[in-house]
Design a binder for this molecule. Sequence first.
Ligand code: SAM
Length: 281
Amino acid sequence: MNYRHIYHAGNFADVLKHAVLARLIDYLKLKDKPFRVIDTHAGIGVYDLSSEEAQKTGEWHGGVGKLLDIDLPKAVAPLLAPYLDTVRQLNASSNVRLYPGSPKISRMLLRKEDRLSLMELHPADYETLHANFADDFQTRVTHLDGWLALNAHLPPKEKRGLVLVDPPFEEPNEYERLVDGLAKAWRKFPTGVYCLWYPLKRSAPIKDFMKALHALEIPKMLSVELSVKSEREDGLTGSGLVVVNPPFTLKGEMDVLLSFLKEKLAQDRFASTRNVWIRGE
Ligand code: SAM
Protein backbone atom coordinates (compact mmCIF):
# COMPACT_ATOMS: atom_id res chain seq x y z
CA MET A 1 0.00 0.00 0.00
CA ASN A 2 2.03 2.94 -1.27
CA TYR A 3 -0.72 5.40 -2.08
CA ARG A 4 -0.98 8.46 0.19
CA HIS A 5 -3.73 10.91 -0.60
CA ILE A 6 -1.88 13.85 0.96
CA TYR A 7 0.03 14.24 -2.34
CA HIS A 8 -3.22 14.72 -4.25
CA ALA A 9 -5.59 16.36 -1.77
CA GLY A 10 -7.66 19.12 -3.34
CA ASN A 11 -6.61 18.36 -6.91
CA PHE A 12 -8.96 18.47 -9.92
CA ALA A 13 -10.16 14.92 -9.23
CA ASP A 14 -10.96 15.74 -5.60
CA VAL A 15 -12.91 18.78 -6.74
CA LEU A 16 -15.29 16.73 -8.88
CA LYS A 17 -15.57 13.89 -6.36
CA HIS A 18 -16.11 16.13 -3.35
CA ALA A 19 -18.50 18.51 -5.11
CA VAL A 20 -20.69 15.56 -6.14
CA LEU A 21 -20.40 13.93 -2.69
CA ALA A 22 -21.56 17.11 -0.97
CA ARG A 23 -24.41 17.52 -3.44
CA LEU A 24 -25.57 13.92 -2.90
CA ILE A 25 -25.58 14.40 0.88
CA ASP A 26 -27.58 17.59 0.48
CA TYR A 27 -30.16 15.60 -1.45
CA LEU A 28 -30.38 12.94 1.25
CA LYS A 29 -31.11 15.72 3.73
CA LEU A 30 -34.24 16.73 1.85
CA LYS A 31 -36.09 13.93 3.67
CA ASP A 32 -36.42 13.83 7.46
CA LYS A 33 -35.45 10.17 7.80
CA PRO A 34 -31.89 9.54 9.05
CA PHE A 35 -29.26 8.16 6.69
CA ARG A 36 -25.74 6.77 6.84
CA VAL A 37 -22.71 7.63 4.71
CA ILE A 38 -20.33 4.70 4.24
CA ASP A 39 -16.87 5.67 3.01
CA THR A 40 -14.96 2.46 2.19
CA HIS A 41 -11.56 4.04 1.37
CA ALA A 42 -11.59 7.01 3.67
CA GLY A 43 -8.00 8.35 3.80
CA ILE A 44 -7.11 10.48 6.83
CA GLY A 45 -10.03 12.90 6.77
CA VAL A 46 -8.20 16.24 6.79
CA TYR A 47 -5.12 17.27 4.80
CA ASP A 48 -2.56 19.94 5.59
CA LEU A 49 -1.83 21.71 2.32
CA SER A 50 1.23 23.35 3.84
CA SER A 51 2.82 19.95 4.54
CA GLU A 52 5.93 18.89 2.70
CA GLU A 53 4.02 16.17 0.84
CA ALA A 54 1.24 18.45 -0.41
CA GLN A 55 3.73 21.15 -1.36
CA LYS A 56 5.87 18.66 -3.25
CA THR A 57 3.17 18.15 -5.90
CA GLY A 58 1.22 21.39 -5.38
CA GLU A 59 -1.70 19.63 -7.04
CA TRP A 60 -4.33 21.54 -5.10
CA HIS A 61 -3.32 24.74 -6.91
CA GLY A 62 -4.76 23.21 -10.09
CA GLY A 63 -7.92 22.11 -8.27
CA VAL A 64 -9.67 23.73 -5.34
CA GLY A 65 -7.10 26.55 -5.40
CA LYS A 66 -8.63 27.80 -8.65
CA LEU A 67 -12.16 28.01 -7.22
CA LEU A 68 -11.90 29.74 -3.88
CA ASP A 69 -11.25 33.34 -4.81
CA ILE A 70 -13.48 33.76 -7.82
CA ASP A 71 -17.05 34.88 -8.34
CA LEU A 72 -19.02 31.86 -9.37
CA PRO A 73 -21.67 32.20 -12.07
CA LYS A 74 -25.23 32.21 -10.67
CA ALA A 75 -26.07 28.77 -12.00
CA VAL A 76 -22.87 27.23 -10.62
CA ALA A 77 -22.73 28.79 -7.13
CA PRO A 78 -25.46 26.64 -5.53
CA LEU A 79 -23.94 23.49 -7.04
CA LEU A 80 -20.50 24.13 -5.55
CA ALA A 81 -21.61 25.82 -2.32
CA PRO A 82 -22.11 22.69 -0.16
CA TYR A 83 -18.54 21.61 -1.01
CA LEU A 84 -16.70 24.94 -1.02
CA ASP A 85 -18.39 25.98 2.22
CA THR A 86 -16.83 22.99 3.99
CA VAL A 87 -13.38 24.07 2.78
CA ARG A 88 -13.98 27.64 3.97
CA GLN A 89 -15.42 26.56 7.32
CA LEU A 90 -12.39 24.44 8.03
CA ASN A 91 -10.07 27.40 7.56
CA ALA A 92 -10.49 30.26 9.99
CA SER A 93 -8.74 32.76 7.72
CA SER A 94 -9.04 33.25 3.98
CA ASN A 95 -5.66 31.50 3.62
CA VAL A 96 -6.52 27.91 2.88
CA ARG A 97 -4.26 25.52 4.75
CA LEU A 98 -6.55 22.63 5.60
CA TYR A 99 -8.43 20.60 3.02
CA PRO A 100 -11.32 18.33 4.01
CA GLY A 101 -11.21 14.79 2.67
CA SER A 102 -14.41 12.89 2.01
CA PRO A 103 -14.90 11.87 5.70
CA LYS A 104 -14.67 15.45 6.90
CA ILE A 105 -16.94 16.78 4.15
CA SER A 106 -19.54 14.13 4.95
CA ARG A 107 -19.28 14.76 8.67
CA MET A 108 -19.64 18.51 8.30
CA LEU A 109 -22.82 18.02 6.31
CA LEU A 110 -24.54 15.43 8.54
CA ARG A 111 -27.48 16.27 10.76
CA LYS A 112 -27.64 15.06 14.38
CA GLU A 113 -29.60 11.96 13.42
CA ASP A 114 -27.31 10.84 10.57
CA ARG A 115 -24.29 8.54 10.84
CA LEU A 116 -20.93 8.02 9.17
CA SER A 117 -18.96 4.77 8.77
CA LEU A 118 -15.33 5.06 7.70
CA MET A 119 -12.96 2.30 6.63
CA GLU A 120 -9.23 2.72 6.06
CA LEU A 121 -6.70 -0.08 5.67
CA HIS A 122 -3.34 1.73 5.75
CA PRO A 123 -2.18 1.39 9.39
CA ALA A 124 -0.77 4.91 9.79
CA ASP A 125 -3.63 6.56 7.89
CA TYR A 126 -6.13 4.59 9.95
CA GLU A 127 -4.54 5.92 13.17
CA THR A 128 -4.72 9.50 11.92
CA LEU A 129 -8.29 9.07 10.75
CA HIS A 130 -9.27 7.51 14.04
CA ALA A 131 -7.69 10.39 15.97
CA ASN A 132 -9.46 12.92 13.75
CA PHE A 133 -12.84 11.46 14.71
CA ALA A 134 -12.13 10.50 18.32
CA ASP A 135 -15.12 10.95 20.63
CA ASP A 136 -17.47 11.59 17.75
CA PHE A 137 -20.44 9.36 18.50
CA GLN A 138 -21.92 9.86 15.03
CA THR A 139 -18.84 8.42 13.31
CA ARG A 140 -17.48 4.88 13.37
CA VAL A 141 -13.92 4.38 12.13
CA THR A 142 -12.79 0.85 11.28
CA HIS A 143 -9.38 -0.54 10.36
CA LEU A 144 -10.71 -2.83 7.66
CA ASP A 145 -10.50 -3.73 3.99
CA GLY A 146 -13.08 -1.46 2.38
CA TRP A 147 -14.07 -4.14 -0.13
CA LEU A 148 -15.01 -6.52 2.68
CA ALA A 149 -16.68 -3.75 4.60
CA LEU A 150 -18.83 -2.98 1.61
CA ASN A 151 -20.57 -6.30 2.07
CA ALA A 152 -20.46 -6.51 5.83
CA HIS A 153 -21.99 -3.05 6.36
CA LEU A 154 -24.86 -3.29 3.90
CA PRO A 155 -27.68 -2.55 4.13
CA PRO A 156 -27.19 0.08 6.82
CA LYS A 157 -29.69 -0.13 9.63
CA GLU A 158 -31.04 3.29 8.65
CA LYS A 159 -32.03 1.72 5.29
CA ARG A 160 -31.08 4.99 3.61
CA GLY A 161 -27.64 6.03 2.66
CA LEU A 162 -24.75 6.87 0.42
CA VAL A 163 -21.79 4.60 -0.26
CA LEU A 164 -18.58 6.24 -1.47
CA VAL A 165 -16.03 3.84 -2.97
CA ASP A 166 -12.77 5.65 -3.68
CA PRO A 167 -9.94 3.11 -4.03
CA PRO A 168 -6.36 4.14 -4.83
CA PHE A 169 -6.18 2.22 -8.13
CA GLU A 170 -2.76 0.82 -7.33
CA GLU A 171 -3.66 -2.59 -8.76
CA PRO A 172 -4.26 -3.25 -12.46
CA ASN A 173 -7.59 -4.96 -11.78
CA GLU A 174 -9.24 -2.14 -9.82
CA TYR A 175 -11.82 -1.38 -12.53
CA GLU A 176 -13.03 -5.01 -12.41
CA ARG A 177 -12.98 -4.92 -8.63
CA LEU A 178 -15.16 -1.83 -8.68
CA VAL A 179 -17.71 -3.56 -10.91
CA ASP A 180 -17.73 -6.73 -8.76
CA GLY A 181 -17.92 -4.70 -5.57
CA LEU A 182 -20.87 -2.71 -6.87
CA ALA A 183 -22.68 -5.83 -8.09
CA LYS A 184 -22.44 -7.46 -4.66
CA ALA A 185 -23.25 -4.30 -2.73
CA TRP A 186 -26.24 -3.40 -4.87
CA ARG A 187 -27.76 -6.85 -4.38
CA LYS A 188 -27.73 -6.23 -0.62
CA PHE A 189 -28.78 -2.59 -0.75
CA PRO A 190 -30.49 -1.79 -4.07
CA THR A 191 -32.02 1.50 -2.93
CA GLY A 192 -28.70 2.99 -1.78
CA VAL A 193 -27.01 5.85 -3.53
CA TYR A 194 -23.51 4.84 -4.65
CA CYS A 195 -20.67 7.04 -5.82
CA LEU A 196 -17.69 5.19 -7.28
CA TRP A 197 -14.51 6.99 -8.31
CA TYR A 198 -12.34 5.93 -11.27
CA PRO A 199 -9.26 7.41 -12.94
CA LEU A 200 -8.94 8.45 -16.57
CA LYS A 201 -5.51 7.93 -18.04
CA ARG A 202 -3.91 6.66 -21.20
CA SER A 203 -4.82 3.04 -21.84
CA ALA A 204 -7.41 2.92 -19.04
CA PRO A 205 -9.96 0.24 -20.03
CA ILE A 206 -12.91 2.64 -19.86
CA LYS A 207 -14.94 1.03 -22.68
CA ASP A 208 -14.76 -2.40 -21.03
CA PHE A 209 -15.50 -0.83 -17.67
CA MET A 210 -18.65 0.88 -19.03
CA LYS A 211 -19.73 -2.33 -20.76
CA ALA A 212 -19.32 -4.33 -17.55
CA LEU A 213 -21.28 -1.73 -15.58
CA HIS A 214 -24.05 -1.75 -18.18
CA ALA A 215 -24.23 -5.53 -17.95
CA LEU A 216 -25.05 -5.33 -14.23
CA GLU A 217 -28.58 -4.22 -15.15
CA ILE A 218 -28.72 -1.74 -12.32
CA PRO A 219 -31.59 0.47 -13.49
CA LYS A 220 -30.19 3.93 -12.71
CA MET A 221 -26.53 4.62 -13.24
CA LEU A 222 -24.90 7.84 -14.36
CA SER A 223 -21.31 8.36 -15.45
CA VAL A 224 -19.78 11.81 -14.95
CA GLU A 225 -16.28 12.60 -16.22
CA LEU A 226 -13.90 15.54 -16.34
CA SER A 227 -10.62 15.32 -18.26
CA VAL A 228 -8.38 18.31 -17.73
CA LYS A 229 -5.94 17.46 -20.50
CA SER A 230 -5.35 15.25 -23.50
CA GLU A 231 -5.54 11.54 -22.77
CA ARG A 232 -2.20 11.22 -24.55
CA GLU A 233 -0.44 12.91 -21.64
CA ASP A 234 1.22 10.86 -18.89
CA GLY A 235 -0.39 10.21 -15.53
CA LEU A 236 -3.87 11.09 -14.42
CA THR A 237 -5.57 13.11 -17.16
CA GLY A 238 -9.03 13.13 -15.66
CA SER A 239 -11.43 11.27 -13.41
CA GLY A 240 -14.93 9.95 -13.38
CA LEU A 241 -17.70 8.98 -11.01
CA VAL A 242 -20.35 6.34 -11.39
CA VAL A 243 -23.43 7.45 -9.51
CA VAL A 244 -26.05 4.80 -8.83
CA ASN A 245 -29.57 5.96 -7.95
CA PRO A 246 -28.73 9.64 -8.46
CA PRO A 247 -31.29 12.31 -7.62
CA PHE A 248 -33.26 12.97 -10.79
CA THR A 249 -31.90 16.50 -11.17
CA LEU A 250 -28.23 15.47 -10.92
CA LYS A 251 -27.66 14.90 -14.63
CA GLY A 252 -28.85 18.42 -15.49
CA GLU A 253 -26.75 19.90 -12.68
CA MET A 254 -23.70 18.04 -13.92
CA ASP A 255 -24.07 19.58 -17.40
CA VAL A 256 -23.72 23.00 -15.79
CA LEU A 257 -21.01 22.05 -13.30
CA LEU A 258 -18.82 20.07 -15.69
CA SER A 259 -18.74 22.78 -18.29
CA PHE A 260 -17.72 25.31 -15.63
CA LEU A 261 -15.04 23.03 -14.14
CA LYS A 262 -13.67 22.31 -17.58
CA GLU A 263 -13.29 26.02 -18.27
CA LYS A 264 -11.59 26.68 -14.90
CA LEU A 265 -9.47 23.56 -14.47
CA ALA A 266 -8.40 22.77 -18.05
CA GLN A 267 -4.66 22.22 -18.45
CA ASP A 268 -4.70 22.14 -22.24
CA ARG A 269 -7.14 22.60 -25.12
CA PHE A 270 -8.10 18.93 -25.10
CA ALA A 271 -9.92 19.13 -21.76
CA SER A 272 -13.32 17.46 -22.07
CA THR A 273 -16.37 16.29 -20.16
CA ARG A 274 -18.83 13.44 -20.33
CA ASN A 275 -22.18 13.09 -18.58
CA VAL A 276 -24.14 10.03 -19.70
CA TRP A 277 -26.54 7.44 -18.41
CA ILE A 278 -24.92 3.99 -18.32
CA ARG A 279 -28.45 2.80 -17.65
CA GLY A 280 -31.64 4.64 -16.91
CA GLU A 281 -32.87 8.05 -17.98
N1 SAM B 1 -11.81 9.08 -0.02
C1 SAM B 1 -10.70 9.93 0.37
C2 SAM B 1 -11.06 11.37 0.11
O1 SAM B 1 -11.77 11.65 -0.87
O2 SAM B 1 -10.67 12.22 0.92
C3 SAM B 1 -9.44 9.58 -0.37
C4 SAM B 1 -9.11 8.13 -0.34
S1 SAM B 1 -7.65 7.67 -1.18
C5 SAM B 1 -8.03 7.91 -2.86
C6 SAM B 1 -7.72 5.92 -1.03
C7 SAM B 1 -7.47 5.41 0.40
O3 SAM B 1 -7.78 4.03 0.44
C8 SAM B 1 -6.04 5.55 0.86
O4 SAM B 1 -6.01 6.24 2.08
C9 SAM B 1 -5.57 4.09 1.09
O5 SAM B 1 -4.70 3.94 2.19
C10 SAM B 1 -6.89 3.40 1.33
N2 SAM B 1 -6.95 1.97 0.99
C11 SAM B 1 -6.25 1.26 0.07
N3 SAM B 1 -6.70 0.00 -0.02
C12 SAM B 1 -7.72 -0.10 0.87
C13 SAM B 1 -8.62 -1.13 1.22
N4 SAM B 1 -8.56 -2.34 0.65
N5 SAM B 1 -9.56 -0.88 2.14
C14 SAM B 1 -9.66 0.34 2.75
N6 SAM B 1 -8.82 1.37 2.45
C15 SAM B 1 -7.88 1.16 1.52
